[in-house]
Design a protein around this ligand. Structure first.
Ligand code: ZN
Length: 144
């Protein structure tokens, strides 16, 4: 599951962990605090000159572009998404801010840290998936 970097106009930087399919399904990111549509900051190593044999793959958003023009068209239609160089200082600053906020939030929620929250979230999602797949039955204990 990739980590998504978001920015809410009101609440600032955040990071979110989700499946790529989920990101595509909900068409972007939403602020964890207010639920409003948020900007997605996508870091990708820039590829110079796409060729059919060497497409531009941006895993995070589940997109493959066969040309720079196609990539530009995708981003032109989605102003909420910004593609940045991962080494860009503004992006590193954004990540630091998001990490700090996530760390603070996780602790407020009673987790040890962000990693702890992530591990538990992953486990919880896996458990829910297993239940919905019918792999695991919820056992109800009743007093007799
Ligand atoms: Zn917000």
């Amino acid at each position: 599951m990739p980590t998504y970097n978001g920015r809410c106009a009101q609440h600032g930087e955040f990071e979110d962990l989700m499946k790529i399919s989920h990101y595509i399904e909900q068409d972007g990111l939403f602020c964890p605090e207010c639920g409003e549509k948020a900007a997605t900051i996508i870091s990708a190593v820039p590829v110079i000159g796409a060729m059919p044999s060497k497409p531009i793959v941006i895993d995070q958003i589940g997109q493959t572009f066969t040309s720079e023009a196609e990539k530009r068209a995708y981003f032109a239609k989605r102003p909420d998404r910004t593609l940045v160089d991962p080494n860009d200082s503004a992006f590193i600053n954004h990540k630091d801010l998001a990490r700090e906020r996530a760390e603070k939030k996780a602790k407020q929620m009673g987790f040890r840290d962000v990693e702890d929250r992530r591990t538990r979230k992953k486990r919880e999602l896996k458990r829910r998936r297993e239940i919905s797949n019918g792999d695991k039955k919820i056992s109800v204990v009743t007093a007799s």
